[in-house]
Design a protein around this ligand. Structure first.
Ligand code: C5P
Length: 404
């Protein structure tokens, strides 16, 4: 069965579409998923916990302050002991809470505490869906990595009003769940664990200044997404970037190289490590606790630097070394020979090398032209988008595992 063994936490909020959630529970269970329901106060005005619990064959969680429930499971475990959080129906009110990080009942608290992928099936009056406030909230939620199914166009249940706002049908929601969980067809990397680093690191000089490399995080994030798409269980360790977290993976946000190293080592063991981050080579030996002031006439401060840990090298020589270790090499000259040397020094199996001299426009751009350097040869790839580079690389990695 497509969803066999998958654990869905189903949050039902208060809209008339809640009646469809009863059928949704049946459809999910038919496919082998277990469904653990959480209902808001509002949801209980439309359907009863008794009906929901009977169909789900599980306890229905409704109260953040229930002593019994907290003792048995607890809202944090509720938020994490699942493969996916499904919000159906997702009301305008619950989405507003999610977008603003409010946590004043069990449903919103679980949504704030979860580190699992979240799929929302909105349902509301078309005017509410079209309202600027809802538009803003949806935009924010998408940026936060929340996925949406619907709403659909059609006639509303409660009025003769037509427009966009009707909750997607249970089978459409089930298909989106299957797609998100990679359950539609098991990917070639399913069962494999991957760690990806992305973005720059920021090394503080004082509380307001830092040293950093130029990096948008686009290539690293795209690689994390491509590996997840092939079924890998991905942990993305990202430095400070201005792009959203990809969905369907664990994302750990860090600032400094030492934090990045700790997060990467904490995610071992893994089968695959792809270190894409532009880690700062040096940090300030002793960063100031207070802002360093500028005093006219006084000498300009000098910064004493110290070396940062080399994360790729640490992973490449670790006792828990992943089977496949991939590094990147951003060079402005002698791309190939520098990358070859890196392959040896860092204990990597593969180096993805690119020329980032300013004329190429690669830094911060959306395209990339790379060479793949392995112990047994070199491959030059054509000029591709960063997403294409990511999906080719993920396929190459999957091939390596297929060949053993
Ligand atoms: O030595 P260089 O910085 O050019 O090597 C690039 C590769 O090493 C990239 O894969 C990068 O993510 C990784 N790296 C690292 N930790 C560092 C420096 C680089 O993981 N401190």
């Amino acid at each position: 069965m497509a969803l066999s063994g998958k654990r869905i936490l189903l949050i039902i909020s208060g809209g008339i579409a809640a009646y469809k959630s009863l059928d949704l529970i049946r459809r999910l269970r038919e496919r082998g998923a277990s469904v653990r329901p959480v209902m808001t106060e509002g949801a209980q005005q439309f359907i009863t916990p008794l009906a929901v619990g009977a169909l789900a064959a599980d306890h229905v969680f409704t109260d953040l302050f229930s002593r019994q429930d907290e003792q048995d499971v607890g809202h944090i475990r509720l938020a994490r002991d699942c493969d996916l959080v499904l919000v159906a129906p997702a009301t305008a009110d619950l989405m507003a809470k999610m977008a603003n990080g409010l946590a004043d009942d069990l449903a919103s608290t679980v949504l704030l505490a979860t580190d699992r992928p979240v799929l929302a099936a909105p349902a509301m009056n078309p005017k509410m869906w079209a309202h600027a406030a809802t538009r803003r909230n949806v935009e924010t939620l998408r940026g936060d990595g929340i996925r949406f199914i619907g709403p659909m166009a059609g006639e509303m249940a409660e009025s003769k009003e037509a427009g966009v706002g009707r909750m997607a049908e249970p089978l459409e929601i089930v298909a989106a769940v299957e797609e998100m969980l990679g359950a539609a067809t098991p990917g070639p990397l399913s069962g494999r664990k991957a760690i990806v680093t992305s973005g720059p690191t920021h090394e503080p000089i004082d509380p307001v200044r830092y040293i950093a490399n130029r990096s948008s995080g686009r290539q690293g994030h795209a690689i994390a997404a491509a590996l997840a798409k092939l079924g890998a269980e991905v942990t993305l360790v990202s430095g400070p970037v201005n792009i959203p977290d990809p969905s369907g993976m664990t994302v750990i946000h860090v600032e400094r190289a030492e934090e990045m190293r700790d997060a990467v080592l904490g995610a071992l063991p893994a089968d695959i490590a792809v270190m894409v981050a532009a880690v700062a080579d040096w940090r300030v030996a002793s960063s100031a606790d207070q802002k360093i002031k500028k005093h006219p006439g006084e000498s300009i401060p000098t910064l004493a630097l110290t070396e940062n840990p080399d994360i790729l090298r640490t992973v490449g020589h670790h006792t828990m070394r992943p089977k496949l270790v991939v590094g990147f090499a951003a060079e402005t000259q002698d791309v190939e020979s520098n990358a070859r040397a890196k392959l040896e020094r860092k204990g990597a199996d593969m180096i993805v090398a690119n020329d980032v001299s300013p004329a190429t426009g690669i830094m911060g751009g959306t395209r990339n032209s790379v060479k793949i350097i392995r112990h047994d040869g070199i491959e030059q790839w054509p000029d591709l988008s960063k997403d294409e580079v990511a999906s080719r690389l993920a396929t190459l990695i999957a091939d390596r595992f297929r060949q053993g």
